[in-house]
Design a protein around this ligand. Structure first.
Ligand code: AMP
Length: 229
C-alpha cells in the first residue's frame, strides 16, 4: 500500500516522502481515508503506531479546502491530556503542514496565557490544547468555537485517567453539534466506550496493535552494564 492510494493531495505526498516515510502504517491505511471522507472515527492505537500522522495528514487536507478562520475562530481542535503531548502534536502539525499556509498553535497550562491569547487573535486553522487551559481561554473570550469543523481527542484513555472527564464534557457543550469527531485511545474500556457513545456519530472503528508491543507472558529484565562492555 502506498500513501498515494489513500487520497492525500500532492503537497502532503511530498511531505511524507520528504520525511522518508515509504509506506503508511496500519493505522494510517485505515484512518486517512476515513478522516478524508469526513466520518467520525474511534481508533484504538498506541503511541508509536503512527497515529499522529494518521489524523494530522488528512485533517490538513480538509483544512486546506475550508475557509480561512476569522478573529479568535478555530477550525480544528486537538485535545491532549498533557502539555508534552500537546507540544509534540503541534510540532507534527508544523512539520506535516510545512508546504501549506496553515496557522496552528499549542495552548497548555504552566506557562503565561497572554501569548496564547495573542496567537488566537487572528484565528487558527488548528489548535492543540490541554483541557484546563482551553477552558481558561474560553472563559477569557479568547476563542470562538462557532466554526469548529473537527474535534480530535488524543489519548482519550489518559484523559479519563487524569480526571479530565468533566472538562471534556464541559468543552463538548461549547462546540457545534455538527462537526467531525475523532477519538484515539490506547484501550477500549467501558468508560471509553461510554465517552465515545456520547461524542461520536456512527464512527468508523479502527483497531490496531503496536508492532512492537509485548505480550503479557514475556518477562522483561534490565541488566545495566558499563559502557565499555
Ligand atoms: P506516533 O505513533 O504518531 O507517535 O508516531 C511514531 C513515530 O513514527 C513518529 O516519529 C513518526 O514520525 C513516525 N512515523 C509516522 N508515520 C510513519 C510512516 N508511515 N513511516 C515511517 N515512520 C512513520
Amino acid at each position: 500500500m502506498s500513501f498515494g492510494a489513500l487520497g492525500l493531495c500532492d503537497k502532503l505526498l511530498k511531505t511524507v516522502s520528504d520525511r522518508g516515510y515509504t509506506s503508511p502504517s496500519a493505522i494510517q491505511v485505515e484512518a486517512i481515508p476515513a478522516v478524508l471522507s469526513q466520518r467520525d472515527v474511534m481508533a484504538v492505537a498506541h503511541t508509536g503506531t503512527g497515529k499522529t500522522a494518521g489524523f494530522v495528514l488528512p485533517m490538513l487536507q480538509l483544512l486546506l479546502g475550508a475557509s480561512s478562520p476569522q478573529a479568535r475562530q478555530v477550525c480544528a481542535l486537538v485535545i491532549t491530556p498533557t502539555r508534552e503531548l500537546a507540544a509534540q502534536v503541534a510540532l507534527s502539525v508544523q512539520n506535516y503542514g510545512r508546504h501549506m499556509n496553515i496557522r496552528s498553535a499549542a495552548a497548555f497550562g504552566g506557562v503565561r496565557i497572554e501569548p496564547q491569547i495573542s496567537q488566537l487573535e487572528g484565528g487558527l486553522h488548528l489548535l492543540v490544547a490541554t483541557p484546563g487551559r482551553l477552558i481558561d481561554l474560553y472563559k477569557q473570550h479568547a476563542i470562538d468555537f462557532e466554526h469548529l469543523d473537527i474535534l480530535v481527542l488524543d489519548e482519550a484513555d489518559r484523559m479519563l485517567d487524569l480526571g479530565f472527564i468533566d472538562d471534556i464534557r464541559n468543552i463538548q457543550t461549547l462546540l457545534p453539534r455538527k462537526r467531525q469527531t475523532l477519538m484515539f485511545s490506547a484501550t477500549f474500556s467501558k468508560d471509553i466506550k461510554s465517552l465515545a457513545k456520547g461524542m461520536l456519530n456512527n464512527p468508523v472503528l479502527i483497531e490496531v496493535t503496536a508492532a512492537n508491543s509485548t505480550v503479557d507472558t514475556v518477562k522483561q529484565l534490565i541488566h545495566p552494564v558499563e559502557k565499555e562492555r
